[in-house]
Design a protein around this ligand. Structure first.
Ligand SMILES: [Zn+2]
Length: 849
């Protein structure tokens, strides 16, 4: 259903619900196009509410009947919900509606995925199931009865009974409707159990389609590790008798934390060594942890309204980052997270879609499941922890759980907990939640009579709707090195609170070399002219692994910028420093692989734009290719040795050690392939017994213009495996030349296996095109036009996924006039589409400004 006039919802308009819910009973009589949903809901007036207006959300529901305390009523029904005269006292609402899961292609509410019923209710899907106050501050225990022919019938909470064609579930923990879930289908379980620290046994099950049983082991191990970790690190114990996870093929997001019944995009949970890469395994481990951790940060304590989304997401992302750091390498995890932040969040924060971590208005909440809310939200928690210290953080979290369990909370509640637990005033810190934009921090240094002074200046550029910015609290972790490489001042966190502020270090024998923003202690852009020699020194000597990586990275970036701007040759100091780091066996292979990864082409475009130049995607692409060739030449002797020494013997394991070796080995293969015409890659592909080695080899072959036989063989072997076929589709676009990426994507959309209504497949082809910088931003606009065609087609079918992919256009204004004209035409074509969804209209409107 489309809204004629989209409404803007404002944080400041929040009002408590008129009625609260004490109990919900639902009965589902499942049928593909005519499912009946019977609801019986105990309401009571909310003493805190300013009005007694009774309103229940409901969309696309066919009404059958409604009654209050057993008396039939005729509510007034609109396209958004219903109103009805109700008692100013507790009452029971009963209703019956009919819905059609099979024709629900938006994948919100109750829908079907290849014959299986499943749900997605966050943020506002429950209103497509039945009439309900579909807002997170209404929490209630649910009892659910499911009637249907599917052999497996699941819902939230604990099972209370089942028989032929029915099952009943009860969730004793009050929850908002967005955490409701139901699954019915022909599924098989991998089972296990977990004993909590208080000695309760929890039955665990991971439900998949028959045939996928062999891809569940890793997810189950990750679940048990997550349950143990949350007990050990946060004292949080699981609270139901069962924990179920279900893998679903058609899913808009990665996964969903429904109470006791997590639903996962199959790509985010299914893995075997033959079908999934090391990166897939790591991502699965972290998503399983993320959804599990929501049980406390999100479910037991939820959000008062959707403006507070970062309350659950920022905190839970931060927790899953900590989990991965503990299980794997903390340094490598930090680098990965910062790379992701810069690739996804910085462009958002610097473009037309910029918004605060806690937005103040929206038209469609689905458009605010963003990198800013999630990743910058997690960075804000990280800064808070750095400021109050580990002990203060632990105290605050204990207080948060004790004080707010069972409540729907706000960012103010969260910050108050920290103030009460640590005695700090966090009013200025709170600006991180309300002020959009990436702060720029510049640095000056002075040294006199043994005193070293660092003077910082901060400014946050204007963002849409926010011209004036205030100074933020910025924790800047700094260490000082002596010219011989010894650390003379270990890491110290400087607390910047003013627009311009100095910090001094006394008693130094000589002018030190500063290592600033260690561990990336704040999500800012550091603007500092650093001489090349100093960067090379930090690359060789910094004791902070993040900043050591950062020094190497910035040298590579400056070398690329110099090539793009002046045609300069690659920086020989950087190449020498790189060789030295690669030879250093004391460094973790995963870390060395990170040092080899060049800045993304989109990141380079942003750097150029920041410095007042118009980025040319073709020149950027050329410079990156040139630097890779130079690396291949410079490391020609080292690469084969390193490749050999990274070989893993023994059975495959996706752990940190083995995956680090494969990452470095594959990085060497990529360099070697540039000089041996893919001969070694062809051998690796032929011998590979796991997807990590096979896919990397195939990618190298495609890059040197070979690999068509391997590509055909890959297709033949994996054509029945949807997740592997997604890789087959994506790789061809990713490795296409800039001038043919759009044509490659267009050709693949005609492949019989291009099921465009499946979000994973759609993203595999068109998401890969959007991620191909020079291919997407092609001068003749072919990349923009193709993506626009497909977004226009997808929008009426699945507005949420279409709107999310429109963000590919968010940087359009930084390119030249010709490209801008093509991008604008593409956006205007989307905007002009009759019946464009609320999701799409809001996104395009914001990007066109
Ligand atoms: Zn989440």
């Amino acid at each position: 259903m489309k809204d004629a006039a989209p409404q803007t919802i404002h944080l400041k308009d929040y009002a408590p619900p008129a009625y609260l819910v004490d109990e919900v009973q639902l009965t589902f009589r499942l049928a593909p196009t005519a499912t009946r949903v019977l609801s019986r809901i105990r309401f009571r007036p909310n003493p805190e509410a300013p009005s007694r207006d009774f309103f229940l959300h409901g969309e696309a529901l066919t009404p059958i009947r409604a009654a209050i305390d057993g008396q039939e009523v005729r509510p007034e029904i609109t396209e958004a919900g219903l109103t009805c005269a109700v008692p100013d006292a507790p009452f029971t609402w009963e209703a019956e509606v009919e819905i059609s899961p099979r024709t629900n292609t938006a994948l919100e509410g109750l829908y079907m995925s290849r014959g299986m019923y499943c749900t997605q209710c966050e943020a506002e899907g429950f209103r497509k199931i039945t009439w309900y106050p579909d807002r997170p501050d209404v929490m209630a225990p649910f009892t659910v009865r499911i009637e249907g022919d599917a052999p497996v019938l699941l819902s939230n909470g604990n099972p209370v009974g089942m028989g032929e064609g029915w099952a009943e579930w009860h969730d004793p923990w009050p929850k908002p409707a967005y955490l409701f879930a139901l699954v019915a289908g022909d599924l098989v379980a991998r089972r296990d159990s977990f004993v909590t620290r208080s000695g309760r046994t929890v039955d665990l099950a991971l439900w998949v389609r028959p045939g996928d049983e062999g891809k569940c082991a890793w997810g189950m191990e990750a679940l048990k590790a997550s349950m143990r970790w949350d007990e050990d690190r946060y004292g949080r114990e699981y609270d139901l008798d069962v924990f179920n996870i279900v893998a679903v093929d058609d899913f808009n997001m990665g996964a969903m934390e429904n109470k006791g019944l997590n639903i996962f995009n199959s790509a985010a949970v299914l893995a075997s060594p033959e079908t999934a890469t090391d990166a897939n395994f790591e991502r699965i481990e972290s998503i399983i942890a993320h959804e599990y951790f929501h049980n406390w940060t999100g479910n037991r304590i939820t959000c008062r309204d959707w403006f507070q989304l970062c309350l659950k997401e920022g905190l839970t992302v931060f927790r899953d980052q900590e989990f991965t750091s503990d299980l794997r390498s903390a340094a490598v995890k930090r680098i990965e997270d910062v790379r992701m932040l810069r690739a996804r969040q910085f462009p958002e924060d610097q473009g037309p879609l910029a918004h605060p971590v806690r937005p103040e208005s929206y038209q469609e909440i689905n458009n605010f499941y963003t990198a800013t809310v999630y990743e910058k939200g997690a960075e804000v928690i990280g800064m808070l922890k750095r400021l109050v210290g580990d002990e203060g953080y632990a105290k605050a979290l204990d207080l948060y759980f004790a004080r707010h369990d069972g409540q729907a909370c706000t960012i103010e509640d969260w910050l108050t907990v920290f103030e009460d637990a640590t005695g700090r005033d966090l009013s200025q810190f709170g600006l991180w939640y309300s002020q959009a934009g990436t702060p720029r921090v510049s640095v000056e240094e002075a040294f006199e009579n043994g005193t070293y002074t660092l003077t910082f200046e901060q400014r946050t550029p204007p963002t849409p709707g926010q011209e004036e910015k205030k100074p933020l609290v910025i924790p800047i972790a700094v260490g000082l090195l002596s010219p011989n490489g010894d650390e003379v001042v270990p890491t110290r966190v400087l607390e910047m609170t003013q627009a311009r502020q100095s910090f001094t270090f006394e008693g130094l024998a000589s002018k030190p070399v500063p290592s600033i923003l260690r561990d990336f202690s704040a999500p800012v852009v550091l603007e500092r002219e650093v001489p090349r020699a100093e960067r090379a020194f930090l690359m060789a000597h910094d004791t902070d692994p993040f900043n050591r990586w950062e020094a190497a990275r910035s040298l590579a970036r400056e070398s690329l910028i110099a090539t793009i701007r002046e045609g300069a040759a690659p920086d020989a100091d950087w190449l020498d420093g790189l060789a030295a780091m690669l030879r250093d066996d004391t460094l973790d292979p995963a870390f060395r692989a990170q040092v080899l990864a060049l800045p993304t082409q989109s990141e380079l475009a942003q750097v150029l734009a920041d410095r007042g130049h118009t980025p040319d995607p073709d020149a950027i692409h050329g410079a990156v290719e040139g630097l890779r060739d130079a690396m291949a030449r410079h490391l020609a002797d080292l690469a084969p040795h390193l490749y050999e020494s990274m070989r893993v013997t023994g059975p495959y394991a996706p752990d940190a050690e083995q995956s680090g070796k494969r990452a470095l080995g594959n990085a060497m293969l990529a360099l070697i392939s540039r000089r041996d015409d893919g001969a070694l890659a062809a051998r690796q592909y032929a011998e590979a017994d796991n997807m990590t080695l096979a896919l990397a080899a195939l990618s190298c072959l495609l890059r040197v213009g070979r690999g068509s036989a391997e590509l055909a063989a890959f297709h033949e072997r994996w054509k029945d495996d949807r997740l592997v076929m997604d890789k087959w589709f994506a790789l061809q676009v990713m490795e296409a030349k800039p001038e043919s990426a759009a044509e490659t994507a267009a050709r693949l959309t005609e492949h019989p296996a291009f099921d465009w209504k499946n979000p994973n497949r759609f993203r595999a082809v068109l998401g890969a095109l959007a991620g191909h910088h020079a291919g997407f931003h092609r001068a003749d606009g072919a990349g923009y036009a193709l993506l626009a065609d497909w977004l226009i087609r997808l929008d009426p079918v699945n507005p949420q996924t279409a709107a999310r992919m429109m963000t590919a256009f968010q940087t359009w204004r930084r390119y030249d006039a010709g490209r801008q004209a093509h991008a604008k035409a593409a956006l205007e074509r989307i905007a002009a589409k009759p019946g464009l969804s609320r999701d799409g209209a809001e996104m395009v409107g914001r990007m066109l400004g």
